[in-house]
Unconditional design. Structure first.
Ligand SMILES: [Zn+2]
Length: 77
């Protein structure tokens, strides 16, 4: 078993088998507070362990902030 195999197994175990694909698919639900509690907990655990998904979440938040900001801009101008 390689180090990566081991890491993936630990992530699988701790993150309750939530995959990166599921995280990216559920990210808008997460940001809008629409996840069930059980899924939210697994989501948090996955984010705690997965650098790629943390980075993705940060990008999503930035994108949304930019969208909201541009919407406010056009509403006030
Ligand atoms: Zn991930």
């Amino acid at each position: 078993m390689t180090r990566d195999d081991l890491k993936n197994r630990v992530i699988d175990y701790l993150a309750g088998k939530l995959t990166c694909k599921e995280v990216t698919e559920a990210i808008t639900d997460y940001l809008e507070g629409r996840l069930s509690f059980g899924k939210w907990v697994r989501f948090q655990m996955h984010l705690g362990l997965c650098f790629a998904c943390r980075r993705y979440l940060r990008q999503m938040k930035l994108t949304i902030r930019t969208l909201v900001a541009s919407r406010q801009w056009s509403a006030t101008s």
